[in-house]
Design a protein around this ligand. Structure first.
Ligand code: GLY
Length: 350
């Protein structure tokens, strides 16, 4: 299971090339109500899309539902899709996850191409074959592992993103730096978001970041072992995201991951000897760029409860990925309730 990844310098040429490499009968393009407006015009005039049938679903993660999935399956069926048809997903993680799942299940599977349009989906969601939808109040509850034929990464799309969405994706890049090597991690901490050549530099870092994920996914495509490294920051991060959702606060996924990294690097220091100076530098970067997530100790029990429901747990035990140092990955680490409360104290008080 491997997807071809193209770091695109010439989007029209690369997208046409990727589509031509597939032998298909009908071509479908999936967008959401935002990407059809902001991203589709970048490629809509290409000859390969002359005969394409458009499918557009609602934007934002609350549309990652069975209802939207049904809409896509119905459009494929009514548009005459066969097992030899091709779906191009043009959008953020919601579109690539849902579109990937629709393609993987329609007539037992048709080929699909991901053209991710947010930084978050470029460095994480669109690569590595995780597809799915939210279900029963749980994120990504239903899905399959099945890679896109090709993933095309173009920094052209990043220009329409606001600063918060850039930062959201950057948190996953920081995670990739932490699980790879000190040089990559240090380069990420030095990055200047006011850089004159922001998108060019970001494009270079995206390529490095995706290479980290690719290496890990290739070794363990279905997350039996080392792919759990990619969950660093996510056990605490998902709990914070769930708490925010319950309280009606809107936070971007990457912000929750960034705060989750503060928590889990602290736990790494306590339990695995992660160096204190690297903890301090990473936490300082996150606090400077991602502001604070306000919690008080009355919410610790609720956060703990969310962590106990994390689908990555095994045998009812909360499962963390921690680090002994940058790149020294320790999967399947357990922590007591006291450890977890102490970790939340660190997030709250610094
Ligand atoms: N988002 C983590 C993974 O793809 O495994």
């Amino acid at each position: 299971m491997k997807n071809e990844i193209i770091i695109s310098q010439n989007l029209p040429e690369d997208i046409q090339g990727a589509i031509k490499r597939q032998s298909y009968d009908r071509l479908f393009v999936l967008t959401d109500t935002t990407t059809v407006r902001l991203c589709w015009p970048h490629v809509s005039a290409l000859p390969c899309f002359n005969e394409a049938r458009m499918i557009t679903i609602g934007d934002t993660d609350d549309n990652k539902t069975l209802a939207s999935l049904t809409q896509v399956w119905t459009a494929l069926q009514q548009g005459g899709a066969t097992r030899h048809s091709l779906l191009v997903n043009l959008g953020g993680g919601m579109v690539t996850d849902l579109g990937g799942f629709a393609a993987s299940t329609f007539k037992r599977g048709i080929a699909y191409i991901n053209t991710p349009t947010t930084l978050l989906s470029q460095v994480d969601a669109s690569v590595g074959g995780k597809t799915g939808i939210n279900f029963g109040g749980l994120k990504n509850e239903i899905g399959v592992f099945n890679c896109a034929a090709t993933v095309i990464l173009s920094s052209e799309f990043l220009r329409s993103l606001d600063y918060r969405n850039l930062l959201s994706g950057y948190a996953e890049m920081l995670k990739h730096g932490l699980i790879s090597d000190t040089e990559t991690w240090a380069e990420l901490l030095r990055f200047d978001f006011n850089d004159q050549c922001l998108y060019t530099h970001l494009g270079t870092l995206v390529a490095k970041s995706v290479a980290v994920k690719e290496r890990i996914v290739e070794e363990d495509p279905t997350e039996k072992g080392i792919r759990k490294a990619l969950n660093l920051g996510h056990t605490a991060g998902h709990a914070l995201e769930s708490l925010a959702m319950e309280q009606g606060r809107t936070i971007l996924h990457g912000y929750a991951v960034a705060w989750g990294l503060i928590c889990e690097l602290y736990l790494s220091t306590v339990k695995c000897g992660f160096p204190k100076d690297k903890l301090r530098q990473t936490v300082q970067f996150i606090r400077q760029n991602y502001s604070e997530f306000a919690i008080d100790c009355k919410q610790y029990d609720r956060l703990y409860e969310f962590m106990t429901h994390d689908k990555k747990n095994e045998g009812g035990i909360i499962n963390f990925t921690l680090l002994g140092d940058i790149g020294d990955i320790r999967i399947n680490q357990q922590a007591s309730k006291d450890d977890i409360f102490e970790m939340l104290d660190f997030l709250r008080e610094g």
